[in-house]
Design a protein around this ligand. Structure first.
Ligand code: SF4
Ligand code: MSK
Length: 625
């Protein structure tokens, strides 16, 4: 346990979190906040990015006294290399998730699985046509074979450019070509970044940073975009629906199963299994009123967007969900799953089950999900959860609060439908200044911040300024708990946004999905730019990740900037040790790609600065500020 007692009231803005933090303290459970205290203060060399561990002549740390590593690399080279590898980790995570989705599509198309199928044939055919695959007089499964093959090729190096380059506005395509950052293939850019950052290879910081941008563009416009589109094809394109959020969705009298991670390939099967009559009967036989499935983080977002399954919490709520003492089993796929969940689970009766060979946790039970056995494995998981219900100590159960209602499911297709089939009403509202701009707030939690303080306050401030907010990833739960994801939240918006969202019956904060689904926002920006005949960087739009923590969030920020979207982060990546890299990120990129990063920890100041940027873009387009 931490040496100094934590001031729990300072750790989160939420009552459910604070109540569970008090219970964790009482139950002797260590959380991320305790461990942050143990890890503080952080190493300054690491934090500023000037620690290099790339070869065994080092590790080297750059300081005034020792301005170069053993090989002669200076702070600029070391910081750029570290940043390049950092975002490459994120691009690899999203994109490998995308590859798993293609494998599922391939298996369905080739008849290798009875457990998965194509749920949105119209989208399959539409996407196939979009990337140049003929659909005329062809069976959907034949088209699916070709689409899977095309998407697999997006990972190699033979295509020359990724398939969804066809969505990118022409001006942007030309700019990328001039800069040499057109994404060619996911694996190619990732491998090249690892090559460039080997000792004695790319020793020009700006050049390394440009390849970092290219690698992230391969994530945004290929890996993530493919993950999103294939998930829609396999599991259905989201449409608006109601759902509920916060720890109150966990049920005292039911078998509680939490899904955590990112890929719907596992969580969709778990959902099917919990609805099977045999298991509901078994749960009742064991004394439970039923089986309750709830989500965490992004696989929760995926299930909520498509199926309306409730969300128990975001990144920093994952340990606290187990602290309720009412969770029988947590089943995970990959990414953002704290290793500590095994230990927290062992303080109660909570079993952790892993499903992917690439994400195993010591102490968890491994039930490997493959294309041919998804349903069989899901049934094993659900049966295991039911069997554990009898092990629950009801005296230790404490479930805080009542769930909050939200509306979810805003895919681009759903938005277009809400607008009557064309973007014109949105464009007219932007031109008239009723919607002054659009900001995508994405991403995570980080215990270095008061949990969700920045996420919620930035969202509130922007809608007050008539800026439509789109949320994805863990910010979604924050916005939902704050009551911002329901149509009634227009009361908190400016008059223009109130009028437009009120007329459409939609919330002023729109939920668009998980962290890979930021690709939906890229596509929406491209559609708007194409419609207006401008580049993405000309639009009154911005992105933000106020409480980010992950490599993936940094990759998202980088592909947003390289796509022309001004991007706010609450704190910088580990780049402050190099003036060259920091200046490039904070201003230099604006000259190169028409957008850059803004770093501002205060959500109120950040809202003003984003507003300034939106004003300048509106003015340049000849619109009123
Ligand atoms: Fe040190 Fe250079 Fe090796 Fe990095 S690559 S550890 S700076 S010698
Ligand atoms: S899960 S990357 S904490 S959004 Fe996608 Fe949440 Fe950030 Fe992970």
């Amino acid at each position: 346990m931490a040496e100094k007692k934590l001031n729990i009231d300072e750790l989160s803005i939420w009552d459910d979190a604070k109540q569970m933090l008090r219970k964790a303290e009482k139950d002797g459970v260590e959380t991320a906040w305790d461990r942050l205290q143990q890890q503080s203060p952080h190493c300054q060399f690491g934090e500023s990015g000037v620690c290099c561990r790339i070869c065994t002549m080092g590790p080297c740390r750059i300081s005034k006294k020792a301005p170069r590593g053993v090989c002669g690399a200076d702070a600029d080279v070391i910081v750029a290399r570290n940043f390049g590898r950092f975002v490459t980790g994120g691009a690899a995570g999203h994109s490998d998730h995308g590859r798993d989705c293609i494998e599922a599509l391939h298996a369905v198309a080739h008849g290798e699985t009875a457990d998965y199928s194509i749920k949105d044939t119209e989208k399959l055919l539409r996407i196939a046509e979009e990337v140049g695959i003929s659909t005329e007089n062809r069976e959907p499964l034949e088209v699916a074979k070709d689409l899977a093959a095309d998407f697999f090729e997006n990972y190699g190096s033979t295509k020359g450019e990724v398939s969804f380059i066809c969505r990118v506005p022409e001006k942007r395509q030309k700019l990328w070509a001039e800069l040499g950052i057109t994404p060619r293939g996911v694996d190619r850019e990732i491998a090249e970044m690892m090559h460039r950052t080997h000792m004695g290879c790319d020793n020009d910081a700006a050049n390394t940073m440009l390849h970092a941008a290219r690698t992230c563009l391969a994530d945004g416009w290929a890996g993530s975009m493919i993950a999103t589109e294939v998930s829609d094809i396999l599991f259905g394109t989201p449409t608006p629906r109601k759902a509920r959020v916060n720890l109150g969705v966990i049920k005292k009298d039911q078998v509680n199963i939490l899904v955590h991670g990112h890929n719907p390939i596992v969580s969709e099967k778990i959902l099917e299994a919990v609805n099977e009559a045999e298991f509901i009967a078994l749960a009742k036989e064991k004394g439970a009123a039923g089986i309750n499935l709830a989500g965490l983080c992004c696989t929760g977002n995926e299930l909520m967007m498509r199926q309306g399954i409730p969300m128990a919490g975001n990144h920093l709520m994952t340990e606290l969900a187990i602290v309720t003492g009412a969770v029988e089993l947590i089943v995970v796929d990959y990414q953002c799953i704290m290793p500590s969940l095994v230990q927290v689970g062992s303080c109660y009766h909570t079993k952790m089950v892993t499903t992917a060979d690439k994400a195993r946790f010591t102490g968890a039970e491994h039930i490997k999900f493959e294309m041919h056995n998804g349903m069989e494995q899901a049934r094993k998981v659900v049966r295991m959860a039911i069997e554990r219900y009898g092990m629950r100590d009801q005296a230790r159960v404490e479930i805080p609060g009542e769930p909050v209602d939200i509306v979810t499911g805003f895919s681009n297709e759903a938005i277009l439908q809400a607008l009557g089939g064309s973007l014109d009403p949105l464009i007219e509202a932007i031109k008239a200044g009723k919607i002054r701009g659009v900001v995508g707030i994405v991403g995570c939690n980080n215990p270095k911040y008061k949990h969700d303080y920045c996420n919620v306050n930035l969202t509130r401030e922007l809608i007050k300024k008539d800026i439509l907010v789109i949320v994805t990833g863990c910010v979604t739960i924050a916005a939902g708990k704050a009551g911002l994801l329901v149509p009634e939240a227009i009361d908190q918006a400016g008059p223009g946004l109130q009028e437009i969202c009120g007329a459409l019956g939609i919330p002023p904060v729109i939920h668009m999905g998980s962290c890979v689904d930021n690709a939906r926002i890229l596509q929406l920006c491209a559609l708007l730019a194409n419609e207006l005949g401008v580049d993405i960087s000309d639009l009154p739009v911005a992105a933000s990740s106020p409480e980010w923590y992950s490599e993936k969030a940094a990759a998202i920020g980088t592909y947003a900037v390289a796509s022309g979207i001004y991007t706010h982060l609450g704190h910088p990546p580990n780049i402050t040790g190099s003036e060259v890299v920091a200046n490039l990120a904070l201003s230099g990129l604006d000259d190169l790609v028409g957008a850059c990063f803004l770093i501002e920890p205060d959500p109120f100041k950040a809202a003003d600065l984003i507003d300034e940027r939106i004003k300048s873009k509106r003015t340049a387009l000849g619109l009123g500020a």
